[in-house]
Design a protein around this ligand. Structure first.
Ligand code: ADP
Ligand code: AMP
Length: 213
């Protein structure tokens, strides 16, 4: 199954992807996680991406398209994959369609997780992320068992630079202007499944399962 998780920053894409991939036996492909890894390694791509990410802007299309194109060639994607945070522009969606066409693949569902702005700001400003396995936590809504430590791998939890107030505001504006048009794009293609992202992680998870069943 080939899926896209769409939705504004903070909607819960990463949280749900981590559960769903375990369930469906397909990998999560998070362009945000891959870019943060490149920044951490200090690779040329990471150095280029960092300034865009910190400002809450999008990294240039050709950079992310290249990452995804390479990633979906990996053997673990043979049974499908879940794209989290990609595509984020119409140009990326077109590039993805071309990429899949070439491989004789198609998208099964585009799940759009919806939440209002007030909730998104609350979620993003309290988010903590594991430096090692990238698992998302929240200081109030989804706290780790031991403060500052990842339940899953024991890694250190930190606050992403782009989860600070100014960058959060910029990211929400970027989403509205550049990514939200993809909702109509996939609706026209009959692939969009809207899911209410409010409620507990479990409730949202059940709604997604229903939407893709
Ligand atoms: P995204 O990948 O869409 O940016 P995340 O999955 O990282 O979003 O979630 C953003 C923040 O909201 C995290 O701190 C996460 O723990 C929290 N969160 C995710 N789902 C829920 C939910 N259903 N209710 C409350 N908080 C949530
Ligand atoms: P995320 O982890 O999905 O919230 O992404 C964090 C940041 O990485 C974004 O604010 C962008 O700067 C960058 N990024 C992630 N995915 C993409 C993408 N598909 N296109 C452009 N930039 C991206």
């Amino acid at each position: 199954m080939n899926l896209i998780l769409l939705g504004p920053p903070g909607a819960g894409k990463g949280t749900q992807a981590k559960r769903l991939t375990a369930d469906l036996g397909i990998p999560q492909i998070s362009t945000g996680d891959m870019l943060r890894e490149a920044v951490r390694e200090g690779s040329p791509m990471g150095l280029k991406a960092k300034s865009y990410m910190d400002a809450g802007a999008l990294v240039p299309d050709e950079v992310v398209v290249g990452i995804v194109e390479e990633r979906i060639q990996q053997p673990d994607c043979a049974r499908g994959f879940m794209l989290d945070g990609f595509p984020r522009t119409t140009a990326q969606a077109d590039a993805l369609a071309t990429m899949l066409d070439k491989k004789g693949l198609k998208l099964d569902h585009v799940v759009c997780i919806e939440a209002d702005k007030e909730e998104l700001v609350k979620r993003l400003s309290g988010r903590r992320t594991c430096r090692q396995c990238m698992a998302p936590y929240h200081v109030l809504f989804n706290p780790p068992k031991k403060e500052g430590v990842c339940d899953k791998c024991g890694g250190e939890l930190y606050q992403r630079d782009d989860d600070k107030e100014e960058a959060i505001r910029a990211r929400l504006v970027t989403y509205e202007s550049q990514t939200a048009p993809l909702i109509a794009y996939y609706e026209e293609r009959g692939l969009l499944r809207r899911v209410n992202g409010l409620g507990t992680v479990e409730e949202v998870y059940e709604r997604i399962k229903q939407a893709i069943s």
